[in-house]
Design a protein around this ligand. Structure first.
Ligand code: ATP
Ligand code: F6P
Length: 335
């Protein structure tokens, strides 16, 4: 009896989980199965390669997951791949797993890992942008971004209620790693009086002095009954609680801080993330079928685009877009 060697397509999720990763896994699995592939899910990001920890994905395994947050395959940050011999060892393990191609769902860090891996593993590697941060060059959105915005927005709206009732100032910290997109979009959507992200700050001391004065002006003239400041994590050298304390000292108004934290990564993906993940997943499998490699599939102006991994790192142009949008929406209450 002859055995037919099926084309084995590996898929993994890596870096921070993002709502919609499951939708991408589902799309890759269904499209891959229809292309006649065997779909090998690699568990817990790159760690699953080192540990040979895999599961075969069938249509049944991805049934009813499109609406679920988290990731069926689990995710992780994998220090071993960053070690000097890590990529070579990982390539050996991929060969042991008899994989013919690999699709990576993750952020720009995961794609940097993919570039290292490709130095030792000659088969197709395709990426899909999956991170709540939207900090990837070459795609307008990343999977999970819009869900994170909605989750943050839901919480900030609630904070607004209590801020209004007490006529307080609130500093609300959102995620984003080193990128202000979550702060920007959730801040615009909740009508924040201020949105702070490092992209806007040239000199922190000057920036803060202007901020304190703008707040004092607004509260003195009662331009608003509550004052909500949405700040991206890592924007300033001081933490959000310290910023709130300094604002209170300067203005004399009771000021509280709240860090939204990991709730921003959870929950059912919104429609936009499900659709984006499905489209990207299908296109990633198509790219594999065409023998392409070293690329992230992204979405730019509603068109699928292929961006070499080396160009997916956050670029200044990305920051410029953000600054332009923020300048448009950030009302200066001292005007
Ligand atoms: N320079 C690198 N060399 C080798 N591997 C890397 C490198 N950078 C990142 N990786 C691998 O990719 C994994 C994920 O990267 P990282 O933690 O930066 O998250 P990410 O993919 O950017 O996602 P998120 O934006 O959601 O945090 C790392 O844990 C590591 O295994
Ligand atoms: O889960 P960890 O490793 O603490 O990472 C937190 C980081 O991951 C993200 O949620 C996604 O990259 C960032 O916004 C945040 O800074």
């Amino acid at each position: 009896m002859t055995t037919v060697n099926l084309f084995r397509l590996g898929v993994l999720t890596s870096g921070g989980d993002a709502p919609g990763m499951n939708a991408a896994i589902r799309a890759i699995t269904l499209k891959g199965l229809s292309a006649g592939f065997e779909i090998v899910g690699i568990n817990a990001g790159y760690n699953g390669i080192f540990n040979l920890d895999t599961q075969i994905l069938s249509a049944q395994s991805v049934d009813n997951i499109i609406q679920r947050g988290g990731t069926l395959l689990k995710t992780a940050r994998c220090s071993q791949l960053r070690e000097e011999d890590g990529p070579r060892l990982a390539a050996e393990k991929l060969t042991q797993l008899k994989l013919d191609a690999l699709i990576i769902i993750g952020g720009d860090g995961s794609f940097r890992g993919a570039v290292k891996l490709a130095e030792f593993w000659p088969k197709p590697i395709i990426g899909i942008p999956g991170t709540i941060d939207n900090d990837i060059n070459g795609t307008d959105q990343t999977i999970g971004f819009w869900t994170a915005i909605d989750t943050a927005l839901d919480s900030i709206d609630k904070i607004r209620d209590t801020a209004d009732a007490f006529e307080r100032i609130f500093v609300v910290e959102v995620m984003g790693r080193d990128c202000g997109f979550i702060a920007m979009e959730s801040g615009i959507a909740c009508g924040a009086e201020q949105i702070i992200c490092h992209e806007l700050i040239e000199d922190e001391e000057t920036y803060l002095a202007q901020l304190y004065n703008a707040i004092l002006h607004a509260v003195t003239w009662r331009q608003t009954q509550s004052y909500v400041i949405v700040i991206a994590e890592h924007s300033l050298s001081i933490c959000s609680a310290e910023l709130a304390k300094r604002i209170a000292d300067f203005t004399g108004v009771d000021t509280k801080s709240a860090i939204l934290g990991y709730i921003q990564r959870g929950g059912a993906p919104v429609a936009m993330d499900r659709v984006l993940a499905t489209q990207l997943g299908i296109s990633a499998v198509k790219a594999v079928c065409e023998g392409k490699t070293g690329l992230m599939i992204g979405m730019k102006n509603n068109e699928m685009v292929e961006i070499p991994f080396a160009q997916t790192g956050l670029k200044n142009t990305h920051n410029q877009d953000l600054i332009k949008r923020l300048k448009h929406f950030n009302f200066d209450l001292t005007d």
